[in-house]
Design a protein. Structure first.
Length: 516
């Protein structure tokens, strides 16, 4: 299967709740996992190596995830303490006979972990990239301890359950099952559990600059593509693998006003001026831009959904002959989607208000107020420089000063040139063994769903490989409903336990395509 038409082909076999929760697969899984590759692939096994006695707990993705969640690896913006988490995983790998190495960075206890499963040929390695750090928590807003790994009503809660310790546990458990069965892979498989993905100076770029020989690969899989459900929240609908990330940049909006005693409110208070601009921007959406990648995604979504009105709205949007018609249809698509925030984000450059600061004393009206906008542009759609100009034009009449938050030492124009290059980076080629393996695993693990390549609305650590022309893709290998999706970086982050198990089956089948 080498072209996009094949990988988005629809199999319309109904797949209800029992199939999602496992069906035959779940019965075979039992408490801890798969029983044999032949059951899932229908192909003969290659000659096996000596089986390794891997602890059952390590092959169980839930057990492994609960251990991962117990480690507080919060990254408040300058890295995290990932050493205890890395030491636990290093022991897991070594118990399975897989060599693993902790890579120290200049920041104490902020470490990477690399495990390498030797293959039987000199084919370029497959690299699995997953981060160990997580965003901070607002403990008082959680209904459970975010680092306790709580299972409640069929869902596992914890910071990182979705992003992305859940994906890491599915990947590692699937590989350990293969190892326990004596499987041999036709190429090396590198599993990198990196630090500083959420923020910091020593993430994948630092690792690539200092230890490229350890992470050089022919293909990379990381976080990204969503596994979406029908409106019943359980039946798998659309399985995606992302081949491109949106372009990340920040804008700073500043308003100036008269500083004075708070007993005498004035009409040009900076906070009020900025608030009016924020209100205006909050009600505004950037133009819809459809690219080859997003058109293919929405085409697949229209085929996958059981909602006829939703499918019709998508088709109207894709066939619109002018921008006004496209905008109208897009608004209907978002309104009818079970994942409205996701689908709105895939249609345009987004801007989110993330940090606001002003004032220093309760009896002083401050002279300035500031808000940061985190923006994500669509590669091949609206350029970041065009979006910046649009924001400046909209806020100029209010006297708002808009600046691009460029890295230290770079001018605005230099950074815009850099963003232009990122914007113009083509999506990863889908004619690769890894993408074909993802498509094949999707057909087997989720036979009633549609598989498609997609755009990731967020960002990943793939830059060092993409800069070298190495194809990289992303999946979060578990079916999510919208209530779970919006807990990403939020409160009560969680995923379905059975979705994690089914996702581990998906990963197991994906790795089966790399057996020697």
């Amino acid at each position: 299967m080498n072209d996009s038409r094949d990988v988005t082909a629809v199999t319309r076999t109904p797949l209800g709740r029992r199939a999602f929760l496992g069906g035959v697969g779940a019965a075979a899984l039992g408490a801890t996992g798969l029983v044999g590759i032949g059951l899932f692939t229908g192909t003969a096994l290659s000659p096996a190596a000596a089986a390794t006695a891997v602890p059952e707990a390590d092959k169980d993705p839930l057990n492994l995830l609960l251990r991962m969640l117990s480690y507080d690896s919060q990254n408040h913006g300058t890295g995290a303490n990932t050493r205890p988490h890395a030491e636990m995983l290093k022991a897991v790998w070594e118990n399975a006979g897989v060599p693993a190495e902790i890579i120290d960075t200049p920041q104490p206890d902020n470490v990477h972990l690399i495990a390498r499963i030797p293959g039987t040929s000199s084919a370029a390695p497959l690299l699995m990239l997953g981060h160990s750090d997580v965003v901070p928590v607002e403990r008082e807003k959680w209904s459970v301890d975010p680092f306790s790994g709580t299972v409640r009503n069929g869902e596992v809660y914890g910071r990182g359950a979705l992003d992305m310790k859940g994906a890491n546990s599915a990947t590692i458990s699937a590989l350990l099952r293969h190892i326990s069965e004596g499987s041999r892979f036709e190429r090396d498989i590198i599993v990198l559990t990196d630090c500083d993905e959420e923020a910091g100076s020593y993430g994948s770029k630092w690792l690539a600059a200092h230890h490229w020989d350890k992470v050089d690969a022919g293909m990379v899989l990381t976080e990204g593509g969503w596994f979406l459900a029908q409106k019943d929240k359980t039946t798998p609908m659309l399985i995606t693998a992302t081949r491109q990330d949106k372009v990340y940049f920040n804008l700073d909006l500043t308003a100036d006003g008269t500083a004075t005693h708070s007993s005498k409110p004035n009409p040009d208070a900076a906070i009020v001026t900025l608030s009016r601009a924020v209100t205006e921007l909050d009600g505004w959406l950037a133009p819809v831009h459809l690219t080859e990648v997003t058109r293919e995604y929405f085409t697949a979504l229209a085929k996958a959904t059981d909602d006829a009105e939703f499918a019709r709205a998508i088709k109207l949007m894709l066939s619109a002959r002018n921008q006004n018609a496209r905008e109208r249809a897009a608004s209907v698509v978002v309104s009818k989607s079970s994942y409205p925030w996701l689908h709105r984000a895939l249609l345009r450059t987004t801007h989110a208000f993330v940090i606001e600061d002003s004032g220093y004393k309760e009896n002083v009206i401050p002279s300035s107020a500031h808000v940061r906008l985190n923006c994500r542009g669509i590669p091949g759609g609206q350029k970041p420089r065009e979006f910046l100009a649009q924001i400046r034009e909209m806020t100029a009449r209010r006297g708002i000063h808009v600046t691009l938050a460029a890295p230290e030492g770079k001018t605005e124009e230099e950074y815009l040139d850099e963003l232009d290059k990122t914007w113009a980076t083509p999506p990863a080629d889908i004619d690769t063994p890894l993408f074909r393996a993802l498509a094949g695993a999707s057909r087997e693990a989720y036979p009633g769903a549609v598989f498609a390549p997609a755009l990731f609305e967020a960002g990943t650590s793939l830059a060092p490989w993409r800069e070298r022309g190495i194809p990289g893709y992303g999946v979060y290998p578990y079916v999510l409903d919208n209530d779970q999706l919006i807990t990403m970086h939020g409160n009560d982050e969680r995923i379905y336990v059975e979705a994690l198990r089914q996702g581990t089956t998906f990963m197991y089948r994906m790795f089966s395509r790399f057996l020697s």
